[in-house]
Design a protein. Structure first.
Length: 74
């Protein structure tokens, strides 16, 4: 199972390089292609784990002006 994260930056928000560092520091891998980042679960995870990951990402990027989109593929 994988969760893909698309990042939409605000021109008045944090720099893209700072956003990149914050997300890779919490274990996300940058992705080339349709999505910006990916989290590989290595298994099928319950919805509670997916929500915990989303909460962690939101908390990490709080105040940066970023808009996020999550897509999970099982």
């Amino acid at each position: 199972m994988e969760t893909y994260i698309d990042v939409y930056v605000n021109v008045d928000g944090e720099k893209s390089s700072v956003i990149f560092k914050k997300l890779t520091d919490i274990g996300l891998k940058h992705n080339i292609g349709e999505h910006d980042f990916v989290y590989d679960w290595g298994k099928v995870a319950p919805i509670s784990d997916e929500l915990e990951l989303a909460d962690k990402i939101q908390e990490t990027l709080k105040g940066t002006g970023v808009i996020l989109r999550f897509t999970t593929v099982r």
